[in-house]
Design a protein. Structure first.
Length: 483
């Protein structure tokens, strides 16, 4: 039996591979921002290349490093000095190698606290050698660090612009920026921009923290119930640093409510272990099953809250749609002499007085639920009242969306005269297609169904289908003009 230790045959090759682990080249700059943050910097500046200076400079006012500390950085790659510091993000000691993805040479110019000397560490792609020397020309006036990246690759020109870096950092470093422990500023030859964290729209989910034996899991989730919003993502963070852009990439979360696109936000903890690329988590670590079970424990509650908010929001939208339909049909009916007799509930003899128990127009109560509502007081229409009611849908006229009985499933809609209400079948294939398409198409669908039912009401004695169809189309055309 032979025992031994594994040896790295080509250290230079490994060093170069470790510098090429990023899915997005902008992540290489994030490593230097993180280092500045861990050095307690309050102001971090990123200077982009100009016509006169073809290099990137990352400058901070952190505690800086002396020559001994720079040497320790160069000679301890993979042995992070920050690994056991709970207040730091970096823990692998390979972030410094990220420059290789975008540049040929990296110079770290730094001045430590309690020192008036500035030193420079120079490392180059393709060699294991490094140099440390005292810096005179670029001597710093205050403690902190300047990182210079020379020999930029062509791939950086389209990604390393002020706007594209701002868009990246405001999402990638959102939780850090929200803490307001440092300002991040990007500067080019014409403009400068302070990066502000992305802000989510919607209602915040009320569960914000869950304890585990490894530490707390923080939930910062926002539910956006708007039907047009379907691009929400939940990211996974470690120490406020995003490591997974979309939680649904984990198989356990490729289900509702996570994949509905209705939720934005982050799930953050300090105890998960990230992969070398900082774009994933190590599933085999003992902390992952605990994290997974704890996050999954809120799944049903979160799903119920998404459903509740979406239904409430849709009721408000539907009420606006009903109001729009009433106004448009009232104007159209006033122009059409054939649509006189409205076989539907009308206001009492006091004119437009509301029915007892009838909700006010525009309130959320106008929306009829699937349960049978309290019927309004109705009396037959007298002949001398025809002129007064012509061209007007009464305030009691409404719509209800519900599932039709089995024997009625083929119908798109029907009119309930006793309630002055058009019922719309939510199980009909056309309803499903139009409602899921857009609110605009849903409105058009309801307009056509309402035109059909109102035509049947007014021309119930007409037997010729051609006349009925023409009158329905005529009414629909008039209504459409007012929508």
């Amino acid at each position: 039996m032979i025992h031994g230790k594994l040896e790295i045959g080509d250290k230079l090759n490994i060093i170069e591979l470790l510098g090429q682990v990023y899915d997005d080249l902008r992540a290489a700059l994030t490593e230097f921002v993180t280092n500045a943050r861990d050095a307690k910097a309050t102001h971090i500046l990123i200077y982009l290349p100009t016509k006169k200076q073809n290099y990137i400079k990352i400058s901070d006012n952190g505690f800086g490093m002396n020559d001994a500390e720079l040497q320790r950085v160069a000679e301890n790659i993979g042995k992070s000095i920050k690994k056991y510091d709970p207040d730091t993000v970096g823990e692998k000691g390979i972030g410094i190698l990220g420059y290789q993805a975008i540049a040929e040479k990296c110079e770290i110019v730094s001045r430590a606290e309690n020192s008036d000397k500035t030193f420079t560490l120079t490392i180059k792609k393709g060699t294991l050698d490094y140099n440390i020397s005292e810096e005179i020309e670029r001597k710093r006036d205050i403690p902190g660090t300047d990182v210079y990246l020379f020999g930029l690759s062509k791939d950086t020109s389209y990604l390393f612009t002020l706007n594209k870096l701002n868009d990246y950092f405001k999402v990638k470093l959102r939780m850090e920026l929200l803490e307001e422990k440092y300002n991040l500023e990007i500067i080019d030859d014409k403009n400068k921009m302070i990066v502000s964290p992305e802000h989510y729209k919607g209602e915040q989910f009320y569960i914000t923290l869950k304890p585990t034996k490894f530490g707390n899991i923080k939930f910062n989730l926002y539910i956006n119930p708007s039907p047009t919003f379907k691009s929400g993502k939940i990211s996974v963070c470690i120490k406020n640093r995003k490591v997974i852009d979309d939680i649904t990439t984990l198989d356990e979360f490729s289900c509702e409510p996570w994949n509905l696109g209705k939720i934005n936000g982050e799930i953050d903890c300090d105890f998960l272990k990230t992969t070398t690329t900082r774009s994933g988590v190590i599933r085999k670590h003992k902390s992952f099953p605990v994290w997974l079970n704890t996050v999954k424990s809120i799944e049903k509650i979160l799903a119920d809250e998404v459903k509740r908010l979406c239904e409430a929001h849709q009721k408000v939208i539907d009420q606006k749609m009903y109001d729009t339909l009433r106004k448009a049909f009232n104007k159209a009916l006033a122009e059409l002499p054939d649509f006189v007799k409205l076989s539907m509930p009308i206001a009492s003899s006091e004119g437009d007085k509301e029915f007892p128990g009838e909700p006010k127009q525009g309130s959320a109560r106008d929306i009829v639920s699937s349960s049978r509502p309290k019927e309004p007081i109705i009396r037959p229409q007298k002949d001398d009242e025809i002129t007064k009611t012509r061209g007007k849908l009464s305030r009691g006229f409404n719509w209800e969306q519900l599932a039709f009985e089995e024997e009625e499933r083929h119908r798109m809609s029907r009119y309930r005269e006793s309630l002055g209400k058009i019922e719309v079948n939510i199980l009909h294939p056309e309803y499903i297609k139009e409602v899921n398409a857009s609110q605009e198409r849903k409105l058009a669908y309801f307009r056509k169904l309402t035109a059909k039912e109102v035509t049947k009401i007014n021309l119930s004695g007409v037997k010729d289908p051609d006349i009925l169809l023409e009158k329905m189309i005529e009414l629909d055309i008039h209504v459409k003009r007012y929508m």
